[in-house]
Design a protein around this ligand. Structure first.
Ligand SMILES: Cc1cc2nc3c(=O)[nH]c(=O)nc-3n(C[C@H](O)[C@H](O)[C@H](O)COP(=O)(O)OP(=O)(O)OC[C@H]3O[C@@H](n4cnc5c(N)ncnc54)[C@H](O)[C@@H]3O)c2cc1C
Length: 396
């Protein structure tokens, strides 16, 4: 990993030929499986998005961010966020791309032992191994200091007990990167431990959570009842590496959350503009000629482009090893708000049709709305910016 100050990083504002090619190819792959119709069909049928995942993985797009020496594309988060944005802009969704190559792949790259990198990264880059990510607990979502899932050392293994909730994509994952806390001999809970747990481990049960979001990956509550985890599954091979690793994984997560939101916003504006150009209700003029409709769309477009720029800045800083917490948080905030505005205005532009399921806009609304809450909530980003960017005191 290189390290750089923010000032020394060149921000790639203009897309390189390589990025343009990646974006076009990802769009093409999404279209080849059926685009929004494919997405709707598998969500309604409760099927997994494996066809799309495998098609993207086959061409190397799911590992574009990971180092070349472990089978990745070596192009960093800048390229992966472009892939994530194009998938959403094409009307598809793959929540596991936010998790497996972005969070887990990035954590392993920066904090895994060499043996862990060699074991996991090539398969994550190839998309043949999918790893979910579990931090949220029923009593510890926003406040991760309350994490109660405990790992107790027992010879060569840890025994994991606790509950995680709202964990995406477990149905299609071979492993889960779990953030637990080490339980000491006196029973107290210490620093976080990040451990890779097989999804078929004895003692691990999962319960489906029905949600409004039309994502192809499902959400689960996970119950760990004395699940045995070999000690070599602890990231970094040490009980003190977890805290930094966990924090480091948050930036790729936020960058990808922003990218997904940006893609949804782009698609909503494209649908809205097409409809506003065609639909005529007064004197043969398209409704898009009325400024009451065109100005909110223009405003949403400006906010979306600003969010995309901040997303690219966050990715460039992260890739350079420079501090990326502030831009990653700001990007996720801006992208979520812009995306919600884009979808809401697209619904308004479509009049009654905005609510007809065939137009797919209300489905998109839940996707955009999710990004205001997850992977980190709007309020926690505002707390971060108030405290870290403005130097204001904490209220909690
Ligand atoms: C579809 C979906 C997929 C998800 N996928 C995953 C996943 O794969 N892995 C995973 O680990 N988690 C996942 N999550 C969980 C998600 O990250 C959490 O729901 C989110 O972080 C909020 O945590 P919480 O639900 O516990 O909310 P809470 O912590 O209960 O917060 C409730 C509300 O209070 C606000 N709040 C709390 N504290 C403060 C404060 N100090 N100041 C101001 N406001 C505050 C919050 O912003 C929020 O609006 C997913 C959630 C959903 C809905």
């Amino acid at each position: 990993m290189s390290t750089a100050t923010a000032e020394a990083v060149n921000l790639p504002i203009v897309a390189t030929d390589e990025e343009v090619e990646i974006r076009a190819a990802v769009r093409g792959i999404c279209e080849s499986v059926g685009g929004p119709e494919y997405h709707r069909r598998i969500v309604e049928a409760g099927e997994s998005p494996r066809e799309l995942w495998d098609a993207l993985a086959d061409k190397g797009y799911l590992g574009v961010n990971l180092p070349e020496r472990y089978g990745g594309g070596g192009l960093g988060m800048h390229a992966l966020q472009a892939v994530g944005e194009e998938i959403s802009a094409a009307g598809c969704s793959l929540l596991l791309i936010v998790v497996s190559p972005a969070i887990v792949g990035s954590i392993l790259t920066r904090h895994g032992t060499e043996a862990q990198r060699e074991r996991w990264l090539p398969e994550i880059a190839a998309g043949t191994t999918r790893v979910a990510f579990a931090i949220t607990e029923p009593d510890a979502g926003t406040n991760s200091h309350n994490l109660a899932t405990a790992a107790t050392r027992d010879g060569d293994v840890y025994r994991l007990r606790g509950t995680k909730t709202f964990i995406s994509g477990v149905e299609d994952a071979q492993a889960i990167l779990v953030i637990a806390r080490k339980r000491s001999d006196d029973g107290s809970l210490g620093f976080p431990l990040l451990m890779l747990v097989d999804t078929d481990s004895p003692g691990l049960e999962k319960q489906f959570i029905p949600v409004s979001v039309k994502a192809s990956d499902k959400q689960w509550t996970l119950f760990f009842d004395d699940v045995e985890v070999p000690a070599d599954r602890v990231i970094g091979g040490s009980e003190t590496a977890g805290l930094k690793a966990a924090f480091d994984g948050l930036n790729p997560e936020r960058i990808m959350g922003a990218a997904v939101a940006n893609g949804v916003g782009r698609r909503a504006l494209r649908l809205a503009a097409d409809y506003a150009n065609e639909r005529k209700v007064w004197n043969g003029a398209p409704i898009g000629s009325h400024q009451g409709l065109s100005h909110p769309l223009a405003q949403a477009k400006i906010e979306l482009e600003l969010a995309r720029l901040m997303t690219q800045k966050a990715a460039a800083l992260y890739d350079a090893g420079a501090p990326a917490g502030e831009p990653a948080n700001m990007a996720k905030y801006a992208a979520a708000e812009a995306s919600i505005r884009c979808v809401d205005q697209a619904i308004q532009t479509h009049g009654g049709n905005g609510f007809a399921l065939e137009y797919g806009l209300t489905d998109m609304y839940w996707g955009a709305r999710l990004t205001r809450t997850a992977p980190v909530s709007r309020e926690m980003i505002l707390n971060y910016v108030a405290e870290h960017s403005l130097g204001l005191p904490r209220s909690y």
